[in-house]
Design a protein around this ligand. Structure first.
Ligand code: ZN
Length: 227
């Protein structure tokens, strides 16, 4: 799933665990993507593209066993749960953080090509619904609908909705083999692709984080007025 909708997932978790700071939830939902960025930069994980990139199906995340395997997500979630609960002793954060970590792989499984390994090894079965390469327009609608659902469930502000919709629309050409957009520059440039994704992660986390506070401030204002 794209960065904006991973970030929006933190809104669902925040609604369920309202006393937890959204910053930690935003970091949890993108924890494995941070690892993917680092591992791609240092060459431990690898991405390739077709000679021309018309849409997401031309980008191949062909080696990401450490950041994006199902087993590594379970291990990262378990380690973060144990560290947060028993080492840092922040009991209320342990479960929502682990859920955030697992949400990332669940959402990627729902949309990706078969590029998500079950375990760590080269010959492992790889999983993914193949929505991106086979049904990219359906994937776009699913992502947009999911982002809006997160906002609705959370009860966010209009500006938060605007950002979620705009970032999804900005990704449209990446889903469209018929309309070629800026993704054409990623052809043969996996490090450029990684850098753009890293920037998207940071910008969407910051925007969703700041704009989700608007709703809380509004609630505080109403409470203050009534008291
Ligand atoms: Zn991912």
């Amino acid at each position: 799933m794209f960065a904006i909708n991973h970030a929006a997932t933190a809104l669902i978790i925040k609604k369920k665990f309202p006393t937890v700071k959204i910053l930690w939830l935003l970091l949890s939902v993108q924890a494995v993507e941070f690892l993917w960025v680092i591992f791609n930069f240092i060459g431990v994980e690898k991405t390739s593209t077709e000679t021309s990139v018309k849409y997401i199906g031309d980008i191949h995340l062909y080696h990401m066993p450490f950041s994006h395997s199902v087993l590594s997500a379970l291990i990262i979630a378990a380690i973060s749960y144990i560290l947060i609960r028993y080492f840092f002793r922040i009991e209320k954060l342990a479960l929502p953080f682990a859920i955030g970590v697992l949400s990332h792989i669940a959402l990627d499984l729902l949309t990706h090509a078969k590029d998500i390994p079950l375990l760590f090894f080269q010959n492992d079965p790889k999983l993914g619904t193949e929505l991106y390469p086979l049904f990219p327009y359906a994937a776009f609608l699913l992502e947009l609908g999911y982002g809006i659902f997160c906002w609705y469930y959370f009860g966010g502000s209009k500006s938060l909705l605007t950002i979620i919709v705009l970032f999804n629309l900005a990704n449209f050409t990446t889903f469209s083999p018929d309309i070629v957009g800026l993704e054409k520059y990623f052809a043969g440039e996996p490090i450029l692709l990684t850098s753009v994704i890293a920037i998207q992660i940071l910008v969407t986390l910051l925007l969703v984080g700041f704009l989700s506070e608007e709703r809380l401030n509004k609630v505080k204002f109403i409470l203050f007025r009534q008291s």
